[in-house]
Design a protein around this ligand. Structure first.
Ligand SMILES: NC(=O)c1ccc[n+]([C@@H]2O[C@H](COP(=O)([O-])OP(=O)(O)OC[C@H]3O[C@@H](n4cnc5c(N)ncnc54)[C@H](OP(=O)(O)O)[C@@H]3O)[C@@H](O)[C@H]2O)c1
Length: 223
């Protein structure tokens, strides 16, 4: 870690990615503040928790005060009410980046997603592309990270698929991404997905069921 970055605010620090980022930063010697609407389970030594909604500009400003670095690991997988892909991935990301810029933060890291593309017909992927652009405008020089799907024993993706595979392995058909990263529902691809999901199940199960081994693997790759 950059020795000049000693105090870091992690938005979404109770999430799957954010809590790992917070733990890594803490272990690297930084003072860490995590921000989410709900407090995480338990208290970690040296990690301050703030319950705040980052949609609110003032809350975002208060959360970055005194920090040297900011990580935005807030994301949304299912739209609910006013929490839309655009509001979270574009508007709120821009608010956080603006607050960081105004506070004189030295390093800003924005966690986006693989395949982010402003021209995509998928609202999710489009919002990731627009979010990156909005962040770069609000905080020139921001570092954008585009992870593929990440797997670990506490993930919300693979463990769900594995549960489904265990319960209905012969019927399950997963939508599979096309060349632009969006699910393609043609029957040919659905058949391919079925075959691949069963093959991946056999391949991934040992890695996922052994908690000591994290597995990182690109699942959506438009290139
Ligand atoms: N996990 C993956 O495999 C993966 C792959 C590629 C990209 N990513 C990206 O990585 C980022 C983090 O993903 P994740 O899987 O860690 O998501 P997650 O587990 O759902 O965590 C999201 C975090 O954001 C917080 N949050 C949501 N809305 C908020 C708001 N308005 N104000 C403050 N905090 C808010 C949540 O806490 P509260 O709900 O309590 O507020 C939680 O701490 C996302 O941008 C995601 O798209 C993840």
């Amino acid at each position: 870690m950059d020795r000049e970055i000693n105090r870091v605010t992690v938005f979404g620090g109770t999430g799957f990615v954010g809590r790992r980022v917070a733990r890594y930063l803490r272990e690297s010697g930084a003072t860490v503040r995590i921000v989410s609407r709900h407090r995480g389970l338990g208290e970690d030594d040296g990690i301050e928790q703030i319950a705040a909604d980052a949609h609110d500009q003032r809350s975002a400003e208060a959360a970055v005060a005194g920090a040297d670095g900011v990580v935005n690991a807030i994301g949304l997988y299912v739209e609910r009410g006013t929490d839309t892909f655009h509001s979270v991935h574009v508007e709120t990301a821009a608010k956080i980046a603006r607050a960081a810029r105004q506070a004189g933060i030295r390093r800003f890291v924005h966690v986006s997603g693989i395949g982010a593309n402003t021209a995509s017909s998928s609202p999710y992927i489009r919002s990731r592309g627009e979010g990156e652009a909005a962040v770069q405008t609000a905080f020139p020089g921001a570092v954008i990270v585009r992870p593929a799907v990440m797997f670990a024993p506490d993930d919300a993706f693979l463990t769900t698929i594995l549960r489904l595979l265990r319960s209905q392995a012969s019927q399950l058909q997963l939508p599979w991404p096309g060349p632009d990263g969006q699910p393609n529902e043609s029957s040919q691809l659905a058949r391919q997905a079925h075959a691949e999901s069963r093959a991946r199940h056999r391949q991934l199960l040992p890695a996922v069921t052994q908690p000591s081994k994290n597995l990182y693997l690109g699942c959506i790759s438009p290139h």
